[in-house]
Structures are given as C-alpha cells and as structure tokens.
Design a protein. Structure first.
Length: 528
C-alpha cells in the first residue's frame, strides 16, 4: 500500500549553466550559436542563403553574433533560454536537439548577454540577463519590445567576457568554423563571416590518391534504430595525396547531418591500436576515413555539445567494425608503399572511388578489400638480411630470429582469440632457449658452477646469465620474473590469466634487448 504524501520539486538549478563554463571555449560556444541559426533556418524552409556574422572586438572585449535565419517568434523565445526546451522535433533532420546549446554557450562566454530577435517582419523582441540573474533562483526573464532590427534577424551581444579575447584566437576560430561547416559552405547553403573575413570551407575529402589497385573504397548502407528511425551511413576510406604527420590531418572524420563532429580521430575505437592499424605513426599519416551519418537528430551518435562521438551509441556501434577494417587495411597499404610514395601513390591524383552498397549495416562484409601490396622485403626477409652476418658466425641464432618473427606474425592476427597467450609462452620459450644457447656457445667458463648442472634449472641459468651481463640491471630481471610467473600461471593453474597487448609489447621489448645484448641480433621497425 502507498499513500501520496506530497510533491518533490524537480525544477533544475541554474547551476547547470555555471557548471559547464569550464567545458566551453570560444570555438565550441560560437558553433552552438551557428547550430541554432542553422536549425531555425531549416525550420523556415531554407528559402534563402543563411548568413551568419561574428564580430569580435579584442579591445572592448565584446562578441556579437548575428544571423538572418528567420528570427525567433515571441512565443518560442522560451526555447532559447529554457534548459531542455527546443523548437526542434526529435525526428527532424537537424543539428540541435538537446535544448541547452544557446543558453549554455552565451553563459560560458560572457557575464552579460543581450538577445534581440525579429521574426519575419514582426516586432523586435529583446531579452537581457547577467550573472546577477544567474545567482538567483528566479527563471523568468523580462521581455521587451524594442527598436526594430533587420527583418528575420537575431542578434546576440555579449560583453564582460569570462576569458581573455586575444588576437590569436580569431584565426583559430575562422579555421575551426571552416572545417565544421565546410559541407554547408561548399554547397553555398550558408555564408559565415568573422569580422570582414568570409569563412572558406576546409574539406577533407578532396585530395584522395588513386594508386593502381588501391583506390579509395566507399561503403553505403542504412540502419533502423530502436525508435524506428532510418539512418543513412557512408564510410569512405583511402590514402591521401600527401602525408600529414606534422599537422595530424589523418585518421577518422565523422560528419552528422553534414556537420563535422569529430576531426582526425586516432583512437583505439576507430582502429588505431596494436594488432589493428597500429598506433599513430608518420608511416600511416596518409590514411583518412570519412564517416557520414544522416538522419533524425535523436539518432545521431554525437555528444550533447556536438564536439565528439559517443562511441557506445548504437548507430556508431553498428558501423564501427567496417570503420576499423578500412582504417587497418589502408594503414597496411601505407606502410607497404611508404618507400615508393612519389611514384606509386602521390602521382595518382585522379580516379574513381569504388562504391559498395549493403542493404543494412549487419550485411557489411569487407572481404572485397584487396590484399595489401607486399613490401619490397617481407619483414621476415628483412630480419634475415639484417642479421646475415650474425647468422653466418653464430648459426644457432637463426632459430631465435625466426621465432621472433613468428611472435610478430601471430600478434597481428586479430582473428586469433588466444594470440596473446600464445605470444607470451613463445616469447618466454625464446628467452629460455637463448639463455642456454648463450651459455653453451658464448661462455668459455661458467662462473657459478658446472655447466651441465646449471642447464637443468632455470633459476641457475638466469643467475649465471646475470653474472655475464651485469649491465642489464635489476629492473630487467624483475620483468623477466614477472612474465615467467605469468607463463607458469597460464600453463599450470586453472585460473584464466588475462594477457594484454601492452604486456606482450613490453615482454617482446625485454626479449629483444636480451637477444641484442647476448648475440648482437637486430630487429626492424615492423616488429609488433
């Protein structure tokens, strides 16, 4: 049994605005205001070119953002200032949806804000507030009819800024706007000015390279969300004409409803990890993947400020595997062709993007991708060539380099569920064999006992090796002991020990250092 005993006041506190001030910079806040203008313009039918003007006065420390999107109706002004309120429907193919963008953007930028808006040719309305209003629990704002501004216009004036508005921030803002709204700017749908400077589009899909046999690939598909929304997805991946390790303009770019949400992603969620494309490196700085997602705003995989991707979002999860497959594929191609870049990649500036259509995201199969080109020397061949003199003088080392190559090969096979367990055991075995080969073939006289007795026990073997290689230090032997215990746990205990990629990389580094110290063996850049 339950009895109604009262009501709980669930009205939001204005602290929700103050709490996000530290999370916003000039670029992100101005984008929120442009997004709002885009949505009003969209609701008005996009009957004219949207014009947005951003004025920054570094002397007076003021900002003014004006647009001709259509203006805000008197009865809809509450959508601008009320948290959680929006004039957009969740099913609209727009950018705004969360209902807090404009308000939190202006609060993050300034202590005093004045908003004037004139819907079509109606009266001009004005709302003004400052930190004194934010300090109260009152939510109502005074609304004024004021002198007319241009029809269908909204003007947002901000002063007493919360940050230092310096000259160097202006070109940074222009560059940011040019990338975020490039699709709109390039199509002539909108025009943006910062001061007297028109913002020109910065596009990331216009400099593809078309090396024979390895042109850019494009996957087109659609999916249905649990809410019944239809979302179109397009993933285009390939090599660019120029490598950009200095600027970092490689990786994954994500557009939602034509707005750039994520730029040059190079995280493990999109394939930049060991065993996949590898960690970010100049050798793969020509790999670029463009992801375009289009559909209702509520189905977009962005965060609330549209400044990043929600990687756990169902829509992103549905297309994550083909994104990773494409990134990994072209990273392999980039590495294989890096030595012949001018002749085999950069010179091929025209061609056709290969398109592949799938009825839905679950049907995507990337087996159509051609095998990456074989490097001028296979890593195993390069390893043999690198150590040819050592192998001739010390033939017992051939098996050691061969087994190290096997570790690298297995580690890169994503399809092997237990690859790390296999690599751990194999690396430890390589080390144990190397210790014994060293004592048998390199040591004239053991220092801690008879050789036959020493070889029967691993602990005695390691102690003898330490006597001959004292410069390796205690930390190295602690790591050797750690990985040996982990190996024993895998082999002798029932508990399933988890072995991470980082642990394998560290263990391999230890083994490689010891092989170099004992025999002078060398390993190239393609290891792991």
């Amino acid at each position: 049994m339950r009895t109604l005993s009262g009501r709980v006041d669930a009205r939001p506190s204005k602290a929700i605005f103050r709490s996000i001030i530290a999370d916003y910079d000039l670029n992100r806040a101005i984008c929120e205001l442009v997004d709002n203008a885009l949505d009003i313009w969209h609701r008005g039918g996009e009957s004219h070119q949207l014009a947005v003007a951003v004025s920054l006065d570094t002397t007076q420390r003021t900002i003014c953002v004006t647009d001709n999107a259509g203006g805000v109706k008197r009865e809809e002004l509450r959508f601008v200032f009320g948290p959680g309120l929006t004039g957009n429907r969740p099913t609209d193919k727009v950018i705004g949806i969360f209902g807090v963008g404009t308000m939190r953007a202006v609060v993050a930028l300034a202590q005093h804000v004045r908003v004037r808006s004139r819907h079509a040719s109606s009266l001009t309305h004005e709302v003004e507030f400052d930190d004194a209003w934010l300090a109260t629990d009152e939510w109502d704002l005074d609304l004024y009819d004021t002198d007319s501004i241009a029809a269908s216009t909204t003007s947002i004036e901000m002063d007493r800024l919360r940050f230092a508005l310096t000259d160097d921030l202006v070109p940074q803002l222009i560059e940011h706007l040019s990338a975020v709204y490039a699709r709109f700017l390039a199509a002539g749908r909108i025009g943006i000015k910062v001061g007297n400077d028109p913002v020109k589009p910065t596009c990331f899909d216009s400099d593809w390279a078309f090396p024979p046999g390895y042109p850019p690939q494009e996957i087109c598909t659609s999916l249905k969300t649990r809410d019944g929304d239809s979302v179109d997805c397009r993933i285009t991946s390939g090599l660019t004409q120029e490598s950009s390790p200095a600027t970092g303009e490689y990786g994954v770019y994500v557009y939602c409803n034509d707005r750039l949400i994520a730029r040059a992603l190079k995280s493990m969620e999109v394939g930049f990890a060991s065993g996949l494309a590898g960690k970010p490196h100049p050798k793969i700085a020509s790999v670029r993947t463009i992801v375009e997602v289009s559909g209702p705003a509520r189905a977009m995989p962005w965060n609330s400020s549209k400044s990043g991707i929600n990687f756990s979002h169902p829509v992103f999860s549905a297309i994550q595997k083909p994104i990773i497959d494409l990134v990994t594929h072209y990273a392999s191609i980039a590495r294989a062709l890096i030595g012949d870049w001018p002749d085999k990649v950069a010179c091929y500036t025209t061609g056709t993007i290969q398109e592949h259509n799938f009825r839905d995201a679950e049907a995507i199969d990337t087996r159509f991708l051609p095998d990456p080109p074989r490097s001028r020397f296979d890593y195993g061949e390069r390893l043999s060539k690198l150590n040819r003199k050592v192998h001739l003088n010390k033939p017992w080392t051939r098996g050691l380099t061969g087994n190290m190559y096997a570790v690298d090969f297995i580690f890169k096979r994503r399809s092997l569920d237990q690859k790390n367990r296999v690599c751990l055991i194999l690396l430890d075995s390589i080390l144990e064999i190397a210790f014994k080969d060293y004592l048998v073939n390199e040591v004239v006289q053991p220092k801690t006992g008879k050789l036959d007795d020493i070889l029967r026990q691993r602990a005695l073997v390691e102690r003898e090796i330490q006597q001959h290689l004292p410069h390796l230090g205690a930390d190295m032997w602690k790591k050797i002991a750690y990985f040996y215990k982990l190996r024993c746990k895998l082999i002798h205990e029932r508990a399933d020990a988890h072995v991470t990629d980082d642990e394998i990389e560290e263990q391999r580094s230890v083994v490689e250092r010891l092989l170099k110290a004992m025999f002078g063996l060398r390993f190239g850049a393609n290891s792991l």
